[in-house]
Write a protein of this length. Sequence first.
Lengths: 148, 379
Amino acid sequence: MSEIDWSKMSMTTMWRDWIVKSEQQWSENMSRLLKDEKTGPVLSKQIDEARMMHKMFGEMAQMSLSAANLPSRTDFEALDERMGRIEDGMSAVQAGLAQLRVALVSARAVGPAIGGAGTAGAKGAAPARTRKPAGKASAAQSTAKTRA
Amino acid sequence: MTAPRTAARAAPKPDAMKAAASAALRPAAAESGANLRNPMQRALERMGIDAADFADITGALGVTAKETIYAQGTLKLHHYQPLADSVYRVPVLIVTSLVNQPYILDLAPGQSMVEFLLRQGFDVFMIEWGRPRREHKDLVLEDYVLDRIPACIERVQQVSGEKDVSIIGYCVGGLLSAIYAALHPGGPLKNLVCMAAPVNGDGLESLKAWMGRDFDEEALLAQYGNVPGDWVQNALRALRPFGKLAGAMSLLNNMDKEDAVRSNLRMGKWETDNLPFPGGVFRQMVNGFLRRNQLVKGTWVIGGKRVKLGDIKVPFLHLLAADDHITPYASSKDLVQLVGSRDKQELIVKGGHVGLVAGRGAELRMWPALDEWLAQRST
């Protein structure tokens, strides 16, 4: 257990500490309430209402923003989707280049340094696939409950 | 002798950090923000960190050197640059969650499970599912476990030159990995490690209560296509309603500890960066997994085949967190009992869902346990 640094202790620090220590209990109680068979369906309905409100507000905001010649959330989402497609395309090019480089390296060399052609490893000397485990059990076992 | 622990933390460099943070200051904030600084920013200044935004001091996340070797739609398969002079024969493929960014497994140098595995001598690959767009609303579990994961495994085999592959799956990624393993009993899988993988829908009591018969998932999907990331985040937050408050209080009480501040802010950044849940998968999860609990009953049909976890025969390890509020023990405990492997084990380590894979607890307990188990089975 760590020692308490009394020089840094204050009422607010202790109050915050109390919140941190009590939080789990509060959250458990609240979760118990939220997953109750009576509360659950109410929450489901609220989720549905929130979704519909989101839709209505979105449509209203879009009309207002459109009238003011400003981009709406929908416009930004469309832009995001477009950028996502560009990013995916770039990843595909990157992956293609990686494959091409490996093919070129393989064509030049007699054989790859490790079992396969390698990629990230192809930049430098590829490590051999010969590693063996160190052997002994680590301290981790003593801190973990085990069940087979 | 225990394998050497290598994830050493870089020595703090306050001057360099201050300089970097100052460089990142936005001009507007620098000019007008002097008397608008909030208490947190003033506390950061007292620490010598002159940052306009918390994001400035977390630094870049997920920066371990890697190369994208395969891409399909939003999916990217990364191969990490080996960090050891020799590697284990069997490569490791990490299958990440569909709703969380994968960089939680590679948060920052010295705070990265990926970096740890690389230093221990594993050849590491990772599937990043990416951010689904409206055009991906019809993706279903079949697309992931019968098409994308097999395609990535094939690519790992090509690159490594090895027939065998080990899989480490985290959270929903663990669920996907288990379904893949069950549907490919004769496949190239050598070892399966799941980390906080839910298999019993009845154990996810809160989600089950909220997504019962009164929940209209079809209306949600008709409106958005996929479940938006902020909806996913709100649902996860509601599982621990006061968690955010406690996190903030803890941060304030640790403002004099630079490492703790950085770590907390990195985790905070990740927690608010959820991915949308692909519509088709969400529909299957709500109906098949949560409402009918079909996986543990052995009645879940994926791609015309019944998923029988008993068909998993490869060495199996399930790593669980004792205080996991996202994947509670009731939802994950059945996995080790249901898999048909002779060599199977469950390890419960201290901490929560995120602390299982990142943070000081993971560094001390989970990573070494994972290394020890996997190393013996990777030659």
